[in-house]
Design a binder for this molecule. Structure first.
Ligand SMILES: Nc1ncnc2c1ncn2[C@@H]1O[C@H](COP(=O)(O)OP(=O)(O)OP(=O)(O)O)[C@@H](O)[C@H]1O
Ligand SMILES: Nc1ncnc2c1ncn2[C@@H]1O[C@H](COP(=O)(O)OP(=O)(O)OP(=O)(O)O)[C@@H](O)[C@H]1O
Ligand SMILES: [Mg+2]
Ligand SMILES: [Mg+2]
Lengths: 228, 228
């Protein structure tokens, strides 16, 4: 499903070059449930942004379902992002003075789904993450963990085939974190959705079946989850 | 040092009243090292915002060093915030297109400290959180965990007597989290700084000496850290 070959990302900051990703070559198959781990600044979010078609590599290839993403037009990339991929950003990226419901409905507006159906799906997604009752609250009226869950609901609402979640439980208490991981696990086992989670917590990574570890832009470890 | 009596915070959202804090009465002494825990939406950030003089309660009292904060003018509150309290926000609240160094220097500009001294203190604070070499990068060029550490450095730079940190390790890998907690522990034991940390992770709370647990705006548990 996902194939990266010699994926490299270099940021130029003045006269310094930061190699955020350094020749990353790996494959993630359909219906896998994978954790991406590594130190702060090791390249995890950069990798996720490229997988999610939100950013392009400096060099190397990214094949999504056999198709070279580097050859796609901006329009084609936007369609993939809206239809096939659900993305939970490390910083949530919610609209602050917009309600939870409207934030969650946003991806569906691109799919020409009737308003009634959009609302129904969005309320369902908010229910799944435990936010029933908060649908009309604006993002800036929600707690940190509630905002994080709105971002998660938004990633689920368009029935994506791939979920990319960058630290989705960073601001959640243990019980809520485990509920969310239970949701991801169910989407993976029941619906065959490929789930890739960036996390730094081992008890969150424990829900997944494969651990990929980054350091300084490189993959230094890639193994099955022994504790499963 | 910190005394709250029947502290209550009610948010009005349309015709609904959300009781974010419900009669919270507790005391935190000087040089204490305390963890505040509880489910998402239980009132932790609301409590921290009031302690940090960033918000006022709906009813009840907050005494800081014996002084009723409710009786202070906006100007006096601003002085307390800038001189006595270091605050790490759950959402960091950094200036995005401003360098890490400038973000960290910001609190010092209120203290009429000469530019050379401001820069020196800020570089030192960035070094303490492991960000030497990143001082000139803008916030939006830093990873999530790097941004979080800029926010922590900014809270340390004005030598506060109280540090209030709302989920300061939520986006940090385990090793970096433990380094940061080591910094807080040292500031507490060597400098007598009162440190109050919101966290949902038990191995982070393990660094502290007292655990306060919130649920639905109330304190349901308040005990020493047994594992110390
Ligand atoms: N500005 C606001 N307007 C309305 N309601 C608010 C506002 N800020 C917080 N609330 C509500 O108050 C309650 C407590 O919020 P608070 O941010 O203190 O929770 P928290 O314990 O910090 O949660 P988390 O662990 O998710 O960060 C929540 O139910 C939230 O929806
Ligand atoms: N827009 C940017 N411009 C310049 N450098 C960047 C940019 N984004 C990221 N970087 C750098 O690339 C490196 C990798 O960043 P990335 O965000 O992928 O790390 P991460 O593994 O997600 O870290 P964290 O766990 O702290 O979120 C870091 O050194 C960071 O400073
Ligand atoms: Mg990141
Ligand atoms: Mg909070």
């Amino acid at each position: 499903l996902i194939d990266t070959r010699n994926l490299t990302k270099i940021y130029r900051l003045g006269d310094i070059a930061v190699k955020a990703l350094d020749n990353v070559t790996l494959s993630i198959g359909a219906a896998e449930f994978t954790a991406i781990m590594g130190h702060s600044g090791s390249g995890k979010s950069t990798f996720m942004n490229i997988l999610g078609c939100l950013d392009r590599p400096t060099s190397g290839q990214y094949l999504l379902e056999g198709e070279d993403v580097g050859n796609l037009s901006t329009k084609q990339l936007a369609t993939i992002r809206n239809r096939r991929i659900g993305f939970v950003f490390q910083g949530y990226n919610l609209l602050r003075r917009t309600s939870a419901l409207e934030n969650v409905e946003l991806p569906l507006t691109y799919s020409h789904i009737p308003a009634k159906e959009r609302r129904k799906k969005s309320l369902e997604a908010l229910k799944i993450v435990g936010l029933s009752g908060h649908e009309h609250h604006h993002s800036n009226q929600l707690s940190g963990g509630q905002q994080q869950r709105v971002a998660i609901a938004r990633a689920l609402v368009n029935n994506p085939s791939i979920i990319l979640a960058d630290e989705p439980t960073g601001n959640l208490d243990t019980r809520t974190s485990f509920e969310i991981m239970g949701v991801f696990r169910q989407l993976n086992s029941d619906n065959g959705i490929t789930v890739i989670i960036v996390t730094h917590e081992s008890d969150i990574a424990a829900f997944t079946r494969r651990h990929i570890v980054f350091r300084d832009g490189q993959v230094i470890e890639d193994r099955p989850n022994e504790s499963v």
